[in-house]
Design a protein around this ligand. Structure first.
Ligand SMILES: Nc1ncnc2c1ncn2[C@@H]1O[C@H](COP(=O)(O)OP(=O)(O)OP(=O)(O)O)[C@@H](O)[C@H]1O
Length: 365
């Protein structure tokens, strides 16, 4: 993004770079050759190169504009200032043409995602209502119906930016548009939505940046019939971070599923001979066992319910959690040198117990 230095003279209102705040606004007090002295609004004196100074739009509305293309100056400080002004008013969405920019609110904003909102955005021309993730989904859906062609929505951003949450909102809205009137039993759209808790239990973990970080990529395909009703779905996943299973850095966590199973109802915990996460090597490399405002016990039950809805049989669920428990036991087996050359044996009774448990759970001799 290039500035427009030609316009800058003494007295101009400008943006100048600041190591702490990124950009500060102020007024040019003096220009000497290529050097510009700026007095910032918060009282700092900053000297900068003319090429690094950007003009400030003094007529920009205080609450920002809902589409970046309406800005007089489309440079970095202008864009950031616009997003900031809107964010301060809890307006987390802004358009840049037909691209939607979302700023993570780090708080639940249920009123912007409720049924009433979905109804408002249904069929509304793009750009007529405030920028919203529903509007993007709506355009994609309408274009698919009208042109009879598949459509994709790409969600990108750095870790913790809000991709997972945004994707869930997109899926919820598409399920709303393509849903059938609730009849008995599970509907396809319910199954589509409940795939999220299942994927998150096995593929998400707490990282330094995000308590629910997806450690894999995913391509979610929702299929619609000729009438625009959801007829099926497929989810392809990519590149799970497998190393996390046996190596976790403090203060991160391993995959949620391990903690969920340790917090399962007592009879399950006994069946799998589990205990507190701190008793397992794969979990106690980090001292973080719990997540703020999350109950692993409740999440376990929610995951089992979601697995039911998605259509994973009791037998398969049982097998899946047997593997999860076996991995925890496997991580607790230590070896020591055996009698024969190059041989190893379990180190002690504790290791023997975990080896026996692993074998039992995996149904090995
Ligand atoms: N629209 C939103 N409303 C409320 N909270 C949000 C929203 N978007 C993000 N968050 C919060 O930010 C957290 C991180 O967001 P999310 O997991 O979607 O990021 P991500 O981009 O998928 O990160 P990663 O790449 O690590 O998976 C969420 O767990 C949630 O607490």
């Amino acid at each position: 993004m290039q500035g427009t230095p030609v316009n800058i003279i003494a007295g101009s209102h400008v943006w100048v770079e600041d190591p702490d705040e990124a950009w500060l606004d102020g007024q040019v007090s003096k220009i000497t050759g290529n050097d510009v002295e700026v007095t910032t609004t918060n009282g700092k004196q900053i000297t900068s190169k003319l090429s690094k100074i950007y003009p400030k739009d003094m007529e920009a509305p205080a609450g920002g504009v809902d589409d970046m293309t309406k800005l007089s100056y489309l440079h970095e400080p202008g864009v950031l200032q616009n997003l900031k002004s809107r964010y301060e008013l809890n307006e987390i969405y802004t358009y840049t043409g037909n691209i939607l920019i979302a700023i993570n609110p780090f708080q639940r904003l249920p009123h912007i995602y409720d049924a009433h909102m979905m109804q408002q955005y249904k069929g509304a021309p793009f750009g007529e209502l405030s920028p919203h993730v529903f509007a993007v989904a709506d355009v994609a859906y309408r274009a698919m119906i009208n042109e009879g062609k598949s459509n994709s929505i790409l969600v990108s951003g750095e870790s913790g930016a809000g991709k997972t949450e945004t994707t869930k909102m997109l899926m919820r809205y598409l399920a709303y548009l393509g849903g059938r009137a609730a009849t008995e039993g599970r509907t396809v759209e319910q199954q589509v939505l409940e795939s999220n808790p299942v994927l998150e239990a096995f593929g998400n973990a707490k990282t330094v940046r995000n308590n629910n970080s997806s450690r894999f990529g995913k391509f979610v395909e929702i299929q619609f019939d000729k009438n625009g009703r959801i007829s099926g779905a497929a989810i392809r996943t990519y590149l799970l971070e497998r190393s996390r299973v046996c190596q976790v850095n403090d203060p991160e966590r391993n995959y949620h599923c391990f903690y969920l199973l340790c917090a399962a109802p007592q009879e399950e915990v006994e069946k799998y001979k589990l205990g507190h996460p701190k008793t397992f090597h794969y979990l106690n490399q980090s001292k973080c066992y719990e997540l703020a405002d999350v109950s692993d016990a409740r999440e376990y039950l929610a995951t089992r319910r979601a697995m039911d809805i998605v259509g994973i049989s009791q037998k398969d669920q049982e097998a899946i959690f047997r593997v999860v428990a076996a991995i925890l036991h496997l991580g607790n087996i230590d070896f020591t040198k055996g009698k024969d050359a190059d041989s190893s044996v379990p180190k002690d009774d504790k290791s023997k117990f975990h080896m026996k448990m692993t074998a039992e759970l995996l149904m090995y001799d």
